[in-house]
Each structure stands twice: as structure tokens, then as C-alpha cells.
Design a protein around this ligand. Structure first.
Ligand SMILES: NC(=O)C[C@H](N)C(=O)O
Length: 256
């Protein structure tokens, strides 16, 4: 079993109304079944709700009020919005003020403070791959804005014939180039996992001037990870070893 993670820097993100709206997706590479939720409020772990959408409905994506209604039906834990708002999110909101500024501060080539998204990819011993991506989006986004994370082929993709991908970064850029699926396409064309993530992110940068980060595990257990921001928190478990890092070129290793 091989798995890789990108980790969030903060717990939540505030939109321009000062509210938390979260997006998440999960995808099963064996069946290509996916479950996605967007703009959900008061949900502690939107990825759990996405899993219910995948397992218990005939749909792929539920949004807003309907998604919250479904959460109630399946007994997903809800909580007051105040409990989802961290001090860091408030500080970020007060300092960034506007969406464009937040994008620049979080994903700018030189500043790149971090990615408020959690992503995971995994390969099990039966050769099944899966991905999951969960986010609060980007500070000061317009209410109702949905980013790449809950959109199949953008914030993530999983296919046993190729591998599983999870993305972070400027959602509008990622959606313009279908970043997760372009990594899959490059691998189908014969690139290694690492070549594919580097090519896809460089292409996104050239075409739409966007920055981000990607993790991928191939069907053979090869890992690719790359980011065009100055830093991205990541971790990888393979062959009883834990690798992790934040800065460019950093790769720490511990036995587990
Ligand atoms: N931090 C992120 O990765 C944000 C996410 N991609 C979005 O645009 O919603």
C-alpha cells in the first residue's frame, strides 16, 4: 500500500461574507464512482458527506442547501459555523481583504504562503487507487464560488488503469486546464508520475499563469509530487517509510 497526502495550513477559510463554505470530492479508481459536495455549510468533515454521495446516491455532485439536507438525512455531524472558524482564518481574512490579494499571497510565485486544502491519494494491495480532496476554498471568495476541488478531473481523479491524483492551488486556473485529468492523460501517453505532474503544472503556468501543487500515485505505486508555489506541505508513506517536507527540495525520511 502506498499513500500520499497534502496537508492544510489552516482549518478554515472565510468568504467575502465572513462565512465558511466548503468543497470536497472522493473518487474510486476501480469503478470511477465519485462523490462530491460544494458550498456546504456547518459540516465538520465534508469529505465524509462526499463519501455518502458516492455510496448512497445516484449522483456525483450535490451543492449548497440540498447537500446540507442530504447530510441531515444520512446523519452527518453538523456544527455551528463559529466552531469552524479558526483565529488564523480571521487573521487571514482581515489581512487579505480581497480575493485577488488572497490568491496572490497564497499562491504567488514568490510569496506562496500555503494551500488551505487537504488532498490524499492511495494505492492498496489489490491495485485499487483512490483520491480525496477537501477545502474551504480561497479567502474572500464570493459566496457561492466553487473551486476545482469538488469537480472530477480538476481537483482530483482516480482510475485504476492509470493512477490517482489530487490537486491544490488557484482553483480558477486549475479548472481552466482540468489539472487532475491532464496529469492522467500525460501518464497515459507514457510519462512517469513525476514527469506528468511537472508537465501539467508547468503547462498551467504557461497557459493561464496559475500556480498550484499536485500529488499522484500511479497504478504501479510510483509517486509524483510537485508545486509551483514556494512551498507545499506533503507526506508520503511507502515501503514502511514516511517521507515529508514543506520547502522546495525538502525530503525528510523516518522509518515507521
Ligand atoms: N487551497 C486550495 O487549494 C484552494 C482550492 N484549490 C480552491 O481554489 O478552492
Amino acid at each position: 500500500m502506498t499513500s500520499a497526502l497534502m496537508l492544510a495550513r489552516t482549518g478554515s477559510v472565510l468568504n467575502s461574507n465572513g462565512e465558511v463554505e466548503m468543497d470536497a470530492m472522493i473518487m474510486d479508481g476501480e469503478t470511477l464512482k465519485a462523490g462530491c459536495v460544494a458550498c456546504v455549510q456547518n459540516i465538520k468533515n465534508p469529505i465524509d458527506l462526499a463519501r455518502f454521495v458516492m455510496d448512497k446516491t445516484q449522483h456525483v455532485l450535490l451543492v449548497g442547501k440540498g447537500a446540507n439536507q442530504f447530510a441531515e438525512e444520512v446523519g452527518i455531524q453538523t456544527l455551528p459555523m463559529s466552531e469552524l472558524v479558526t483565529d488564523e482564518a480571521i487573521r487571514e481574512f482581515e489581512s487579505f481583504k480581497q480575493y485577488g490579494n488572497a490568491v496572490h499571497q497564497l499562491f504567488g510565485k514568490r510569496i506562496g504562503l500555503g494551500h488551505d486544502t487537504v488532498g490524499a491519494v492511495a494505492l492498496d494491495i489489490s491495485g485499487n487507487v483512490a483520491c480525496g480532496t477537501s477545502t474551504g476554498g480561497i479567502t474572500a471568495k464570493r459566496p457561492g464560488r466553487v473551486g476545482d476541488s469538488p469537480v472530477v478531473g480538476n481537483g482530483g481523479y482516480a482510475d485504476n488503469e492509470v493512477g490517482a491524483v489530487s490537486c491544490t492551488g488557484h482553483g480558477e486556473s486549475i479548472m481552466k486546464v482540468c489539472l487532475a485529468h491532464s496529469v492522467i492523460s500525460y501518464m497515459k501517453q507514457g510519462m512517469t508520475a513525476q514527469e506528468a505532474v511537472e508537465s501539467a503544472l508547468m503547462k498551467m503556468n504557461q497557459r493561464v499563469n496559475g500556480h498550484g501543487g499536485v500529488i499522484v500515485v500511479s497504478k504501479n505505486g510510483d509517486i509524483g509530487k510537485y508545486f509551483t508555489t514556494p512551498r507545499m506541505t506533503w507526506a508520503l508513506v511507502k515501503d514502511d517509510k514516511l517521507h515529508f517536507g514543506i520547502e522546495d527540495g525538502e525530503d525528510n525520511c523516518e522509518e515507521i
